[in-house]
Ligand binder design. Sequence first.
Ligand code: SF4
Length: 411
Amino acid sequence: MDAGAVVFPRKPTRRIMVGDVPVGGGAPITVQSMTITKTADAEATLQQIYGLAAAGADIVRCTCNEPEAAEGLARIVPRSPVPIVADIHHNYRRALEALEAGVHCLRLNPGNIRRPEHIKAVAQEAKDRGVPIRIGVNGGSLDEDLYRRYGNQVTPEAMVASALQEIAYFEEVDFDLIKISVKASNVPLMIEAYRQLSEVTDHPLHLGVTEAGPPPAGIVKATAGIATLLAEGIGDTIRYSLTSDPVDEARLGRVLLESYGLRERKNVDLIACPSCGRAEIDVYKVAQEAQDAFADRQIPLQVAVMGCVVNGPGEARDADLGIAAGNKRGHLFVKGTNVAVVPEDEMVSTLVEWAEFITREGMEAAMERAKATRDVARKAADEDRRRNLDDRGDDANATERLVELLRKQRS
Ligand code: SF4
């Protein structure tokens, strides 16, 4: 089945513009990440922003925690390849300075800036400049009053109430360029808070599991929260919050959206078989080499690395191209058709070369190119398939022997 035929209907939201990037209102879901440099160091921060943009970030957030950070933002914004969001902590003056520096969006945490007159002053200034604000509710820094009101615990209801209270302040100055997040490190809490929030507001939602931690557990937690909501049609922009290189955050966000069919594919989608008793190569090693070789190359194809030519081309027939191991050689196939045979140590470089060719010239041109080699390739694949079956039989994983053994033990 063509996975692209399955779509998750999205809940309608209003649209805001973060610089020139639309968020909400049916716009493509965007990926965000955050720099970890000192914002005052404009050159180092810009270098990181460029890295994040190359890895798939559409919008980047920088902290604005000191007057020097606001000065850094003034230097960063005109040279940034993507819109910049200023993250404001406790001092509303930093928000006013960030707006003056030209940022494209602010992020305020209602738990940190509490005085209504300060919130309204920021909203008024943002309104005058047409700059949106993210209301970033965080389970770990929930407003004390709300915490007490909801039984001295962080509940989805308390988080939603915090967001609504902040929206009410903004409405008093007639400001509605808002997006909202209700993040928590507890995945079920975060999921339920967003579900409830999406029932009571049509402002665009920014999804994330805060402080998810280092990989791999952090990736699993962030994906569990974000992916569950996306599948329910909730969410307009996402961020993986990992204790890891922020480039990983941007890449993962992009991979999640591409795998859900919510963004067009930009980089290679590498698939690989899990290996088994029939494998003719170290599949893990070759798949890792292929992953490194493709890295951030902009090749929007699904590419397969398969351990044997007996089942590889068939199991990966939906991939755009792939390579399956034979008798010390690699069998390249395009859309399930064998097109070339190469020595084992050229498997990865051949895969990259053909992937680049298809991206540049198109699939039809690749098939045309294959005409010269496909007969030889098919014959070689048949030979290696037969050889593998002769050597390892039909039961390369010895499953039938195990079944026999289990039966004997039972009798
Ligand atoms: S049968 Fe071949 S392609 Fe399938 S898992 Fe085993 S080695 Fe990989």
